[in-house]
Ligand binder design. Structure first.
Ligand code: HDD
Length: 710
């Protein structure tokens, strides 16, 4: 095994050792016998029955029959990439012993898997859902897994409720519908009885649940963890990932259409951006809270349904993650990678968050069944940089060939090896925490504020984001068939914001209760005292928190954006070329669309290469549209006109040459003035304005009901 060497090389070498180079190699059976016919099975005569003796065919088919392993019970659909993490100069040295967070020279290899939660492996990427953001750091001191999501809070406070949550959101058991969707009765039945999920529901109904790209979403460790310095002193920490491209989403109508046009939209986007050398980048952020401030906040740091508003504790950006290499083999790496919140290294430790505590059990347990036994740590993608040395032995599919007589500790026959490591030798030592308590099944009273942060989130949204959130609730609850469930949810919404409850109730044709209804609390045990589980009413000093709105995200780049260029024979070649160059100069990519594939003939007789026909392209797969002049024929092309109408409806930037106004007149929005629609004669000025528009991502102010659906 490769010795621990800084940077990605050690991991690459290690993986390369396990990758077969197929060039100049003969086809063999799994046991090394060269095969001379891979086309025909062995038969008794050319037209006769196949023979059992055919060990080559039987081996091939047997292996095929066993190709599938159980998919992940949650986060089954995912895609991943390799990369590196580097801490900045102002590292976390005063707070943690972990060298990957303190040594700016260290380049730590990482493997990151993004995922949806509810759908099965073949489901669509654009489902309304939480996204997993799991990072495996192959550090010098062992593997550290930060198994987070793109939302900073969770549905439930205690891991005891996780199977219930997942059963509720998964397809309903009698008919296995709907796939990858929370818009159904069992999910909302559960949520309407679980007031603690109110905050998470605000995130899930917001546009954060339909990201434009894995490269344009935040990540969060969710729980409060601990950093531990060399002296053993602990500081509470929340981990964040901040994408350098900003946080952006698509429209809900668009998400649904992408699910049909390209269910692999996020997977493809991640893959292509890495292949094109436009490496996704995120900064690692931390919010640090000294131990002595544990009880200073109007929420409990151990409660995973709460975030720490950045106005209270700023996020310090301490390092950068760059994803720079696609996996070589999806199954071997992306599918077999095993994350676990319990994979930590000296310098990091857990808190008593009851959700985290339950997770510490669940992840190994799930790998045992999913990856078929206790040796999943030997699969190349899961191996640490260091040589593994312990007295664990045997088990299914053991790879390591342990030598010697001793597999126990203490021993003298093996010279006492392997030795325990002291803290100053890099040994992990659990943080010493004083606990004086009764053993109870219960929850701290400090966990019983369920609404203050749900309200904070809603109040922090821009007007467009609020509308999207209200529409999402109206959509999801509109799909719920049981009226009592819808009513209970309206009751919950009254606790968050009366205006929100009213809008959703109107859409559902339901009355809004006069006074907010106290939701039913189901966290009371059968023999418990309901008084002990009464909600607490917390008023936050903060009425809104700017980082919670995507409106306030970074909008300074068009890097990696995809722009559709609608053409027809006779198109003004020079203008198309000027726009392509202007986009490329800032890292965006224009793609030519025409009625047929191959080439389109320009006004000057020059041929332009065509990337898509109107049949294979769709506006929802692009960030922006350019309509050059010389395309008057498109006014008769329903697909092209629809392309423009739909892009307008989804609030995307649109540029058009002034000479293309005939085609614009054929759209429902026309050639008039609209935010985000740029029309001009001068190619350079037009490209400049267009690029400024693409930086804005969307012009949501255009989102008024129009005569075409969206
Ligand atoms: Fe989990 C997978 C994130 C709560 C049990 N979880 C999984 C993955 C992510 C998360 C990103 C996919 C990892 C990958 O790409 O392979 N999970 C979270 C977050 C949670 C959370 C951010 C709350 C803060 N999870 C949670 C609880 C439990 C689990 C409370 C169980 C008590 N999670 C699992 C699991 C999975 C999993 C069943 C399925 C596949 C796997 O672990 O490897 O064990």
């Amino acid at each position: 095994m490769a010795k621990s060497k800084p940077g990605g090389d050690a991991k690459n070498e290690q993986l390369a050792k396990h990758t077969t180079d197929n060039e100049d190699q003969f086809l063999t059976t799994n046991h090394g016998t060269r095969v001379n016919d891979d086309q025909n099975s062995l038969k008794a005569g050319e037209r006769g029955p196949s023979l059992l003796e055919d060990f080559i065919m039987r081996e091939k088919i047997t292996h095929f029959d066993h190709e599938r392993i159980p998919e992940r019970i949650v986060h089954a659909r995912g895609s991943a990439a390799h990369g590196v993490f580097k801490v900045y100069d102002n590292s976390l040295a005063p707070y943690t012993k972990a060298s990957f967070l303190t040594d700016p020279q260290a380049e730590t290899p990482v493997f990151v898997r993004f995922s949806t939660v509810a759908g099965s492996r073949g489901s669509t990427d654009l489902a309304r859902d939480v996204r997993g953001f799991a990072v495996k750091f192959y550090t010098q001191e062992g593997n550290f897994d930060l198994v987070g999501n793109n939302m900073p809070v969770f549905f439930i406070q205690d891991a005891m409720k996780f199977p219930d949550l997942v059963h509720a959101v998964k397809p309903e058991p009698h008919h296995e519908m709907p796939q990858a969707a929370s818009a159904h009765d069992t999910f909302w039945d559960f949520i309407s009885l679980m007031p603690e999920s109110a905050h998470m529901i605000m995130w899930l109904m917001s546009d954060r649940a339909i990201p434009r790209s894995y490269r344009m979403m935040e990540g969060f460790g969710v729980h409060t963890f601990r950093l531990i310095d060399a002296d053993g002193k602990s500081t509470f920490v929340k981990f964040h990932w901040k994408p350098l491209l900003g946080v952006h989403s698509v429209a809900w109508d668009e998400a649904q259409k992408i699910s049909g046009k390209d269910p692999d939209f996020h997977r493809r986007d991640l893959w292509e951006s890495i292949e094109n050398g436009q490496f996704p980048e995120y900064e690692l952020g931390v919010q640090l809270v000294p131990e002595e401030d544990e009880h200073k906040y109007p929420f409990d740091l151990l409660d995973p349904t709460k975030l720490i508003p950045e106005e209270m504790v700023p996020v310090q950006r301490i390092g950068r993650l760059t994803l720079n290499r696609n996996p070589d083999n999806f199954f071997a790496e992306t599918e077999q990678v095993a994350f676990h919140v319990g994979h930590i290294v000296p310098g990091i430790d857990f808190t008593n968050d009851p959700l985290l505590q339950g997770r510490l059990f669940s992840y190994t347990d799930t790998q045992l069944i999913r990856l078929g036994g206790p040796n999943f740590h030997e699969i190349p993608i899961n191996r640490p940089l260091q040589e593994v040395q312990n007295n664990q032995r045997d088990g299914a599919m053991r790879q390591q060939i342990n030598k010697g007589r001793t597999s126990y500790n203490p021993n003298s026959l093996g010279g006492g090896c392997p030795f325990q490591a002291r803290w100053d030798e890099g040994g992990f030592r659990s943080h010493t925490e004083r606990i004086e308590a009764h053993k109870v099944r219960g929850r701290s009273k400090s966990f019983f504020d369920h609404f203050s942060q749900a309200t904070l989130f809603y109040n922090s949204q821009s007007p467009a984001e609020k509308t999207h959130l209200e529409n999402a609730l109206a959509f999801e609850l509109g799909k719920v068939e049981t009226v009592e469930v819808r009513e209970r949810m309206v009751g919950i919404l009254t606790q968050i914001d009366r205006g929100l409850a009213t809008k959703v109730a109107d859409a559902l044709g339901l009355p809004v209760p006069d006074a907010p209804e106290q939701p039913i609390n189901h966290s009371v045990p059968a023999d418990g005292d309901p008084q002990e589980y009464q909600p607490i009413d917390v008023k936050l000093d903060l009425s809104a928190s700017a980082p919670l709105s995507m409106e306030n995200t970074v909008k300074d780049t068009i890097k990696s954006r995809k722009v559709a260029i609608l053409t027809a024979d006779g198109v003004l070649t020079a203008n198309v070329e000027a726009m392509l160059a202007a986009l490329e100069a800032e890292g965006a990519k224009g793609e030519v669309i025409a009625t047929r594939q191959g080439f389109v003939e320009g006004d000057d007789g020059k041929e332009l290469a065509v990337q898509h026909s109107y049949l294979t392209a769709a506006s929802v797969l692009f960030d922006a549209v350019y309509l050059p002049g010389g395309t008057a024929a498109l006014v008769q092309n329903g697909d092209a006109v629809h392309f423009l109408n739909e892009a307008f409806r989804h609030c995307k930037p649109i540029a058009a040459d002034a000479s293309a106004s005939d085609v614009l007149d054929g759209t429902y929005f026309g050639a008039g003035e609209h935010p985000g629609v740029f029309i001009g004669d001068d190619p350079a000025a037009l490209a400049k304005a267009f690029k400024a528009g693409i930086r804005q991502h969307r012009f949501w102010e255009r989102e008024i009901p129009g005569p075409i659906p969206a």
